[in-house]
Design a protein around this ligand. Sequence first.
Ligand code: WTA
Length: 712
Amino acid sequence: MAEQHLTESSASDSGQVSESQIAVHWREEGYYFPSARFIGQANASDPGIFDRFSEERFPECFKEYADLLSWDAYWHTTLDTSNPPFWKWFVGGRLNASYNCVDRHLEHSRNKAAIIWVPEPEEESTQAITYQELYRRVNEFAAVLRDFCGLKTGDRVTFHMPMIPELPVAMLACARLGVIHSEVFGGFSGAACGDRIADSGSRILVTVDGYYRNGDLIDHKVKADEALEAAAKFGQEVDKVLVFKRHPGQYASQTPMVEGRDFFVDDIIGDYRNKIVEPISMPAEAPLFLMYTSGTTGRPKGCQHSTGGYLSYVTGTAKYYQDIHPEDTYWCAADIGWITGHSYIVYGPLSLGTTTVMYEGVPTYPDPGRPWRIAERLGVNIFHTAPTTIRMLRKLGPDEPAKYNYHFKHMTTVGEPIEPEVWRWYHEAVGKGEAVIVDTWWQTENGGFLGSTLPAVHPMKPGSCGPSVLGIFPVIYDEERKEVPAGSGRAGNICIRNPWPGIFQTIWGQPERFVQTYYEKYCADKDSKDWRDWPYLAGDGALQAADGYYRILGRIDDVINVAGHRLGTKELESAALTVNEISEAAAVPVIDELRGRAVEMYVSLKPGLSPSEDIQQKVVEAIDREIGKIARPKSVWIVADMPKTRSGKIMRRVIAGISNFADVGDVTTLANPEIVEDIRHYVQSEKVQRGEEPRPLTPEEEEEIKAFGKAE
Ligand code: WTA
């Protein structure tokens, strides 16, 4: 198992020019080592663990993760591969996720904080919710879902909730009943939520009247009305909307409550006071939740995660890779509306019986010292965030961490590649040189980490996620399914050769798309029942250094990773096309110092119309309305025509090249090559005027831009 064992740092990578289709030139970074103090207390510090999880021990090795849970019935088959690639884990086993995250901790930790919630306004007090209190709240809300809403095992319910403690309570209440929750990120628009309500077939929506973001109390309930309208267009009726109140006794929204449809939870919960709802013993392979994400086509993908496999995987990885002990105070500053929050704010940490911190608002509000005040006050010792947030905090408050007396033993980064200089600030300033860092690579589809260093065992290397995690066996293939070897300096498509317990089960309602998107490309034999013939295509470009460490380069499909959020170009383009004046639209990524990537839209107008700021504004508003403000484009360029191939396809790589001041490649085969210079002149002179010229791109970024749109 080469990737689990380190060799000397490979200088051979640097400066090597290969003949492959994608040659990547990057400097090899030096190693950083965990402290003896960290190693001495770590959950996993014995390299013997790699033998326990070796390929020969697969799939039985994952018993070690499953044994961290409390099972009502043990499984008879660890991995059932009879219907590839619809793998089943721990078949015959029964358990309840809510029981595992709540009830089982009561005996020893009844009055320990399960969740500490920090509201955004600093003058509002922090709420500590003990395991006992969580147990009460989860039971009462489960009773509401079952008895007031009539939900039963297997039904879906959509949440459109921001970072308030009612969200994990509602998730765990569903899990108690075997009801499948589908949380839509609070920042998404009503229309985007409506799409997901319809796709999942939810008849119940759970929301809140308002929440704080950057100092403002946002009206959130208004989005519920928009969501229901959008869902109805797809023929999905919603029976009830449950509305939590951000401030008890007050209503923060301007929209009226609809009689017989909208209910304040405050008004009904009293009827269920002290109700106990016995956790339903679920089959291991019963779905626990859906999490929607973007892909190449416009329809979002509802990734379906299982109960036993998923919970085992997040519990095991949180224990070994985040080094969570029950005594720790752990803060993951992600949003529960994304997979990171599901796995590593709610399910993993609570299953391990630790204290998990939830923060409502923006990390830089009211100033960039806020996260460090929270850490100091609560005694946080494990911290977890995304490169975007790190870049922002570094830019706005580089010296803030030193002003506060907190000490992290461990820090995680997730969601995007992290630049080595940003990594070093994270290590030196935020981690005070004491904390170990794991750069975790994984995806909504995966349930938990795929690539990371094992913190007490592997040294860290800025800019690389590290080797694959325990029980994960990757391979990098080129387009011809030839393996791209470690240390070759070449990149390819990273795949995972084996199934693992956290892998999603299917795309809700789209099993063909599941097979096609993730397994078709490299499947060796479609009739084979052997998992070895079914590598999972992650959808990222990557390369592996001679030491076994992976460097993830980014998406190979038409997905733009803005501040760690996956946005599909098709979704952006169809939003722009809802504007009457627009005839064609193309979304491309631009390198952005803070957000990693930002979106720029190119649009052309219907005949006879002339460009105006008004039309540009309408495109921005359409994207806000259809997707949400997170997707708001940096610029909207109105062009006379798009660069196109002779068959009429828009050449996104050409406009992406223009937007990034990069090489546009060969344009001589285009149907309208003359347009390229016009667009370049218009866009780049405008950018120069606005002072938006980007820094020169790195070779990897050049490659990314050149490859953009390749998936079509
Ligand atoms: C990217 C987030 C580099 C990658 C958990 C992946 C990363 C997509 C890293 C998934 C990392 C995630 N280094 N790139 N450590 N982690 N990515 O589904 O392109 O929101 O495919 O899941 O983010 O994003 P998603």
